[in-house]
Design a protein around this ligand. Structure first.
Ligand SMILES: Cc1cc2nc3c(=O)[nH]c(=O)nc-3n(C[C@H](O)[C@H](O)[C@H](O)COP(=O)(O)OP(=O)(O)OC[C@H]3O[C@@H](n4cnc5c(N)ncnc54)[C@H](O)[C@@H]3O)c2cc1C
Length: 383
């Protein structure tokens, strides 16, 4: 028999996006339920935790940059509040990202990236090979040039997600560890959210934040289904051993045109990633992917050979057609989406939570940003 409960907002999906939204909404004094069969266990668990809008900027993605910079600015306060509330440290590092290149083609690509960053007014400095190694003695002598994006940060995304789960519990957010099977949306509300365990939630607003699964919830009208797809990423975790030289900053490398990154944690872990593959919902870790990532990591930081390989996993980024997330009201009554964060969901969690809180409470603090992420830019979705 189904059980019903009333909430102001029901959030489908408890990754960093759904959990951050739930926390912000709860702070607005709204009653909130989050439904997820395995909270904080998907891409939010796998990610590297780079908060790096400057080093990751790409041609044609200026909207994403604006959003990323706005979220990065919010991060120190977001973390201070979260750590204060949860009593847990989440490992925010504000020591910049170093991008390095080895062969002539990669050096030219780095110089081009620098020109682009400067044209956008971003803080990025080109470094010689000697300057790179004095900043990061663990780098290979093969490194010929570098680029320092001093304002980029990183975070331990697993600690971040754990702290968000803990805050959800202490802030009186209901966390249901079951799967949403369907929604029933009607004008006027309230809306209904049906769960696998028989629970039926009744809520004024439903927030769809189920990552790449957001397109597969029964009952969402076709014109409101967000156009998201899974983008596979394989990623490794290494553990530093005494006496092994490893980077102290996040290091991104260009190796024969391929991108590799090494992200150090405060606790001695080194995250190495990541592949970007269009493979549907496949999460098999391929031997070839592990081999290539380790070879490229070794090319820029030979010391990785001495570290312990502790984890190889794959997860699914929620990709959108233009790599910009979809955050906003849909045409379906009471349904808001917050998904499609692709390779930037950890970075974009604070701004996403604030934008959704503004939408639900009817406050307009960031109208321009809301335009950039509006689901209305895809004709089939939004109002
Ligand atoms: C290898 C890799 C490296 C990455 N590195 C970075 C990085 O360095 N920096 C960065 O900013 N981002 C990074 N990302 C991207 C980032 O991880 C994602 O953008 C982010 O985690 C998306 O969060 P989410 O909450 O939308 O989705 P997810 O973390 O995927 O969470 C979605 C949740 O929805 C739940 N769900 C699914 N179906 C249902 C249902 N029917 N009912 C209820 N719940 C459901 C799932 O169980 C899951 O917990 C990386 C991603 C990968 C894969």
């Amino acid at each position: 028999m189904s059980r019903s409960t009333d909430y102001d907002v029901a959030v489908i999906g408890g990754g960093v996006i759904g959990l951050s939204i739930a926390w912000r909404l709860r702070e607005c004094d709204l009653s909130v339920a989050v439904v997820d069969p395995a909270p904080a266990a998907a891409a939010s668990h796998a990610a590297a935790g780079m908060l790096a809008p400057v080093s990751e900027v790409r041609y044609g993605e200026e909207h994403l940059l604006a959003l990323g910079l706005a979220s990065l600015r919010r991060y120190p306060t977001f973390v201070a509040e979260l750590e204060g509330r949860s009593g847990q440290r989440v490992g925010l590092r504000q020591d910049g990202t170093l991008i390095v290149a080895t062969d002539a083609g990669d050096r030219a690509a780095l110089a081009e990236l620098h020109d682009f960053q400067v044209s956008l007014g971003l803080d990025a400095t080109l470094l010689t090979s000697r300057e790179c190694r004095s900043l990061e003695p663990s780098l290979s002598p093969e490194v010929r040039s570098g680029l320092l994006a001093a304002s980029d940060h990183s975070i331990n995304n697993r600690r971040l997600a754990a702290a968000l789960v803990s805050v959800a519990r202490t802030c009186d957010i209901r966390l249901l560890t079951t799967r949403v099977t369907a929604v029933e949306l009607a004008e006027p509300g309230p809306q209904r959210v049906d769960c696998e365990d028989g629970t039926r939630l009744i809520a004024d607003t439903v927030v769809l934040a189920a990552g790449p699964w957001s397109a597969s919830i029964a009952g969402v009208p076709a014109q409101a289904v967000p156009p998201v797809r899974p983008v596979k990423g394989e990623i490794l975790r290494l553990q530093v051993r005494p006496g092994c030289p490893v980077p102290g900053h996040s290091v991104r490398g260009l190796v024969n045109g391929r991108e590799i990154y090494l992200v150090p944690r405060l606790d001695g872990e080194l995250v190495v990633g990541a592949t970007v593959e269009e493979m549907g919902f496949d999460t098999v870790v391929r031997v070839g992917a592990v081999r290539e990532m380790l070879r490229d990591a070794h090319q820029i930081c030979p010391g990785v050979d001495e570290l312990a390989l502790t984890e190889c996993i794959a997860a699914l980024r929620p990709g959108s057609p233009d790599n910009v997330p979809l955050i906003g009201w849909t045409t379906a009554p009471g349904l808001l989406v917050a998904t499609g964060h692709h390779r930037n969901g950890i970075l974009l969690a604070p701004i996403t939570a604030d934008l959704v809180a503004d939408l639900v409470t009817g406050v307009d603090r960031a109208g321009e940003l809301l335009e950039l992420v509006s689901p209305r830019r895809f004709s089939a979705v939004g109002t």
